[in-house]
Structure formats: C-alpha cells, structure tokens
Design a protein around this ligand. Sequence first.
Ligand code: SAM
Length: 487
Amino acid sequence: MEPICSITSACATQISALLSPPSPNQIQEYYHNIFSSTHCNSITVKQDDNFGKGLYAATDFKEDELVLKDQMLVGAQHSFNKIDCFVCSFCFRFIGSIETQIGRRLYLTQLRANESHDCDEGSSSKSSKNYHQMDSSDEEESTWQCSSGSSKTKVPLPEGVVESLMNGQLKLPYSEKFSLPPAVPCHGGCGEAYYCSMSCAEADWESSHSLLCTGESCDPRRREALLKFVKHANETNDIFLLAAKVISSTILRYHKLKANCLAEKGKNVASCVSDHPNFSLLLEAWRPITMGYKKRWWDCIALPDDIDSSDEASFRMQIKELAFESLQLLQTAIFDKECEPLFSLEIYGHIIGMFELNNLDLVVASPMEDYFLYIDDLSNPDKEEAEKITQPILDALGEDYSTSCEGTAFFPLQSCMNHSCCPNAKAFKRDEDRDGQATIIALRPICKGEEITISYVDEDLSFEERQASLADYGFRCRCPKCIEEEP
Ligand SMILES: C[S@@+](CC[C@H](N)C(=O)[O-])C[C@H]1O[C@@H](n2cnc3c(N)ncnc32)[C@H](O)[C@@H]1O
C-alpha cells in the first residue's frame, strides 16, 4: 500500500517552494561565496539551458594539475567500514595510532564473529549506488568485501595482544614515524563519534551532531528513537544517515538564522515573522541543498539487475515504503515543528535522490599500507627484528590489512560537474590527500573557458553499456566519443 505522509499534503506549498530550483542570481551568489571563502579563482560555475549547471576553467590547467579540492557539504563513513577504519567523524582522517587502528579492528572483527554476523548483514546497506567513483593511488580491489571475508586464512593474535594494541601498551616498531592525530571523543558522550581535533568536534556538533548525538545530554525518549533510526539505517541503507545529517544541519542553520534575525531586529519578532512565521529563514537555511540536482529517490534509483522490468513498479513502491519507515523513525527522534516541511516524505525522497544523482565515493587511504611497506623496505637485521612483531599482526589482519575509509558524500562543486565519456578531469586521490575532500585532477591540458567534465561511468564500456548506465541520470550522452560511436 502506498505510504501516506500527512506532512506532505499539509505543507504542500512550502514543500514546492523548497524544491523549486534556485534562481540564476541565487546560484551565482552561492558559488561566489564558496569561491571567495576558499580563495579559489581558477574555476567558476555557469548555467546552460541544456545541461543545467556546469564547472568551467577560469584559468589554463596542465595535464595532472590539481583542478580542485572540494570540501564536502555532508558525508558519512559506510557503517560496514567502521570496523576496519577508525577515522574522524567530520573530516575522515585516520586517528589514534597505528596500534589503535590494528587493535580496534581485530577486536571488533572478533566481536562481530562472536555475534555470528556474516557478510549478508551489511549487504543491503551497500545497495546505494555511488557512480562517481573516486580513484585512489592506493587502489582497493573490492570495496564491497566484508572485513572478515578475506580469502587467505587469518591467524588470530592472543586476546591480550589485541588489548594491549588497543590501549597503547604495546608499541609497534617504527610506528612513531606514522603518527596520527589523537582521537578526541564527542563531548556529548555518545561514544560513537571521534574526531582528529577539537575544531572538527565543534564543527560537527554545530553542523549536525548536536541533534543526532545519543550521549547523556540527549533526552532518553529521543535517544531511544535515534538508536532505532540508526539501527534501521544500518540494516537497510546507510544513505539514511546522510539524509538525517542534511535535515539536522538545516534545522540547526535555521535556528541560528532565527537567533541572528531576532538579535538584529532588537527582539522585534514581528519584523522577522509574519503570517508564515519563519519560512523565509527555513528557505535560506535550506539553500545549500537547493543547489544539488535532485529527483525523488524511488523514481531515480536504478533498477537492480536481478529485478525484472515487470516488477519495476513494485520495486519502486518498496523503496518508497523503506524511505517512509526511516523517516518516521527520524521524525520521532528529532522532529521540529518550525521546520515541519523537512519531515515530509517528498523532501526526504528528494534528499536521498540528490545523493543518488550527485554523490561521490568518499575514500581516504589507510596509513597501514605505508607502515607495512616501510617495514618491508628496512634492511636486515632491522627488518628481521621488526618482522618478528609485525608478521603475526599481518597474519591476523589478512590480505585486506590496509582497507581505505569508505563512505559517501555530497560535494558542492564536484556535484556541478557534468559528464563526458571523454572527460578532461577525474576524481583522483593523490598520496598526500589523506582527508575526505574531493580531489579533481586534469587528465589533459584544459584551456581557460573550457567546461571541466568527469565521467560518471567507466569510459571503457561499450557505447550501449555507457548509455544504459547514464539513463539512470536521465540523459543520453552526446559527447564527441558517443557521437562517433553511435551506430
Ligand atoms: C551531478 S549533476 C551535474 C550538475 C547538473 N548539471 C546541475 O545542474 O546541477 C548530474 C545531472 O546533470 C545533467 N548532466 C550531466 N552531464 C550531462 C550530459 N553530458 N548531458 C546532459 N545532461 C547532463 C543530468 O541531468 C544529470 O542527472
């Protein structure tokens, strides 16, 4: 049965205002602010009647030159990746130490095995597609591998060793050469979020975590609802966690704008607030999200290969019901009457659809690879001495010892980049890119004024396969390669 969301009908006018595309002036102003705050004058965003927004070169770029580092608007580590990588919950840098990374991973893997979880449990949360894959100089073979699913048999370490790695009592040889920022726990006390610095902790708290934290300051009823929401997301699709961050950050921005407005008007509420109290402020708080190209999730999600086209309608209905289930849990946890339209299924569906159409994989390379390579490169007798300690650890970790941090994120500038099957740029992590920012590199010289494009699909696929994948984005590619290869 079709889910019925009472907020969608009660707030229809406000919802349609929230979903209407931004005006050219609003677009110019928004991106101008991003460029000036980041002191970036080498690129610009322009609009065109056919392709919508696009990113353009405002200077010449050489082959392999960095075009752009894009700070994410919102991002999250995949739930299944949290066992393998201990990272800052805001900027996704690896934190703690080489020892805590290893000890924590071995401990959590063991815990999971004891709970007799298997790979199936996390598989549904990996169903969200992330077409714009970020290449990495530390390439991972398979990002969808369960941490305990490595083909080579792992040799467990004694429990005491794992514990002393976790609590820092056991120091590994040369690990001080690979020092990581110390882990700063969330001051709300949730025990879930950790950061690389106080500034990341504060930035996350202010942007969304203060509404999503399940620590002691959280009202018990709200905490219970939040925990249910998170559990549901982990068991179904962790893209809901990202959607919750978007809603929380909009609510928090709204209250900040309202507080500023009240302060400026000398507490003359009437001048800020008329018939429809603070809707203009909610629109303003929502502005960064307006910029992302979006459609409803259940309309734009690609039909999985194993679903027959005759079952398409029922598949799309199931996706809609899933989103509704998640939204109801989130509503119980963080509902805010002044921001009511944000809790409609229509808005929730568009937020998730925006991720579907714009998201880039979030990938941060693990320091583990560098560490073990360093040991491997030592000369004897130092190498032999070090390997007495590190080899049993490698045997316990298995082949996938250096899994990257993986997640999904929305980047304000990268999401403006249109597709070409013969792109002039690509998302590529260099060795020095050890945070969650998107890094875009020129694939060939790009002239000032030229549009900067990336490929949303594997360019080596056949013409038909590329067009089929791009159909999910709602367009047929007319790039020079497609025109040439069209039968
Ligand atoms: C990630 S967004 C790119 C930015 C988008 N143009 C905007 O206005 O926000 C992806 C959407 O842009 C449009 N698009 C991207 N590349 C295109 C192309 N080569 N031809 C036609 N439309 C394209 C499609 O609507 C696609 O779903």
